[in-house]
Each structure stands twice: as C-alpha cells, then as structure tokens.
Write a protein that binds this ligand. Sequence first.
Ligand SMILES: NC(=O)c1ccc[n+]([C@@H]2O[C@H](COP(=O)([O-])OP(=O)(O)OC[C@H]3O[C@@H](n4cnc5c(N)ncnc54)[C@H](O)[C@@H]3O)[C@@H](O)[C@H]2O)c1
Length: 339
Amino acid sequence: MKDGKFQAGVIGLRMGNSHCIGYRDNPHCEVAAVCDTTPALLEQRKKEYNARLATTNYMDIVNDPDIDIISVASPDYFHAEHCIAALKAGKHVMCEKPMTLTMEQSKGIIAEVEKGKAKFMIGQVCRYAPGFMLAKRLIDDGMIGELYFVESEYAHNYGHARGVGDWRVDARREPMVGGGCHAVDLLRWIAGDAIEVCGFANHKCLKDWPVNDCTIAIIKFPNNVIGKSMTSIGCVRPYTMRSVFYGTQGTIITDNTSPTIQICSNKLMQGKLDWATLPVNIANHNVSAEINEFVDCILNDKPVLTNVYEGAKTVATALAAAKSAALGGQPVKVEDMFK
Ligand SMILES: NC(=O)c1ccc[n+]([C@@H]2O[C@H](COP(=O)([O-])OP(=O)(O)OC[C@H]3O[C@@H](n4cnc5c(N)ncnc54)[C@H](O)[C@@H]3O)[C@@H](O)[C@H]2O)c1
C-alpha cells in the first residue's frame, strides 16, 4: 500500500482496460503499473491512468515490491504462467476468465493459492450481470419452486473477435472453455457443481478455425437437475447469453444484453400462465463490481466466493463436454478434484 491505497498492476490492456477502470474508480486503489506487449497501447494506458510503471515484460510488475494486486487479462494461454508468478511473489490476483485451458494449468494455480500467501479471484463476470443476479435471487427465494432444467447459451460471433495476433484461432482453445465458460459457469452458479456431461459438436461456420465452432453440453447437476449449454462462435446474430431456468412453480428467461428479465411464477401470478417483465440495469461486463468485491475481500480479509475452485470446476465442466463430443457423445464424469 502507498498513501493508503493498494497499488494495482494490470497485464493485458484491452479487456484489462475494464480492470484499470475498476481500480481507478475504487477508493482504496490506484493503477500503479500496466503491461502489454503492444507498445502503442501500453503508452496510451500509461498516460490514461498515470501509471508509474509501464512495461512489456509482466515480470517487471511481479517483481515490483510495491505492487499489491495484479489483474491478469492477457490471452487465455498465459493465465496460468502469469497467475502463478504473481502468486509466488505474494500478490493478490484477479484473473480473467477462463481461468485456464487445461486441468494441469488449473492444478498449478490451485497449488499456489493453497500456499495461502495471497487472495485469488476468477473473473466470471456474469455473476455480476444484473439480470443474472436478479434471476439467482428469485430462484434462491423460491419464486420458481424447485429447479428441474436450466439452460444457457453463449452465442458470440468470433469472426470479428480473433484477438490481437489471432490468439483465439488456436486448436488449444476449446471454445466452450474460452468463451462458453461464461454460460457453463452461470449454470454452475445457479444449479451447483456439474456431475456428468454429454457433449456434441460440429464445425460448419468458421471453416478456417482449427476447432469445432458449435458445442452442446447436456449436463447432470445435483438434485436431479438437468442442464444444457450451447457455445456457438460462428453464429450469425448479435452476441447473446440467453438463459432459461425452469422450476416446478415457474420459469425465468434472462440475458445479459436485455434491459428486462421475464418471469412466470405461480407465486406471483396465482397460477395464471403469463409473463411479468422486470427491469434490470444492463451492465453486462461489470468488471468494476468484481474489482470492488475483490478489494473488499482483501481489505477485510473475507473469503472470495468466486474462488480458484470455482474457476477450475467451470473449466473442468467445459472440458468434459469437449471430451464427450470427441467420444461421440459418451457421458464423461466431471473431474472432482477440487474443494
Ligand atoms: N470477461 C469477459 O467477458 C471477457 C471479454 C473479453 C475477453 N476476456 C478475456 O480477457 C483476456 C484478454 O482478452 P482480450 O479480448 O483483451 O484480447 P485482445 O486480443 O483484444 O487483447 C489482448 C492484449 O494482450 C496483450 N498481450 C498479449 N500477450 C501478452 C503478454 N504475454 N503480456 C502482456 N500483454 C500481452 C496484447 O498485446 C493485447 O493488447 C482473455 O483471457 C479473454 O478470454 C474476458
């Protein structure tokens, strides 16, 4: 801390710009260091946030004794390396989703977090999207009775989102892990830890990509809840994460791009089958809310809810779907190695 403020460093400054904004706007923090391998962007962000350190080498931030918190918002396949180095140096780490691309990488981060030197949060930002938060509150309050089916789709055309240097166009990046982890994580947050998955996949849209561009996962959740998640990165439509939650007493339809959610509930409508429309304030990439929560956990030594195990279980569930799809849809148990 310097002058009573946590010194934050951010690695990767495109999505990471939302992290810079979050730290800048948090009264307990300031953006002290920025890192990106694109020099022009690095210079721009250094000026925007008045950062004292700007570097193309993330180890300069990791080795800086004055840095307290590091956001890792580099391309997915760097997350494990960057998080582990930061944790080893005793920095608190906020990692962008997906936490990792493989189970081995997840195990590496978990091992460092378990040494207990610093706090770790995985940025599953949909848990801070107002529509999803309201849906979860209504479900937890029993407004739709007992859940029996949950679905969420991640439909996001990646034809225009290849990443700087085309890093998303990579056979190592399973789309249901990379972007689809948002939808998988949302279902896990609502319905609990996935037990078993059947996956099916095809490749019809982004023919020049080295991965299947549509995957469906049928998921078995605790309490006999069935789930379905779809990831399509070639879809010809605007981005959506349309999600539907069915319970014995009602149904909720929600999205992170719509200013309303819809609910049909025996409790609210005395048995009439109609929709009530509830307004929500759309802030679908509410990284500032995540940062505020993380800083509060650090400041007041509170446990992080969206912790390393949540990140790892979401990756494990998405990987199980891809593995099942490769096996022609055979059921695959979700690896249960996390607390
Ligand atoms: N939460 C969300 O909804 C959300 C949205 C978009 C991206 N993301 C995640 O954020 C991360 C970054 O994605 P993006 O959209 O900003 O990608 P991007 O390709 O737009 O930008 C990546 C940036 O990282 C820089 N970079 C690359 N390698 C680096 C390295 N070794 N060290 C430092 N900087 C490096 C690049 O120069 C570039 O500026 C990814 O993990 C992605 O999955 C999350």
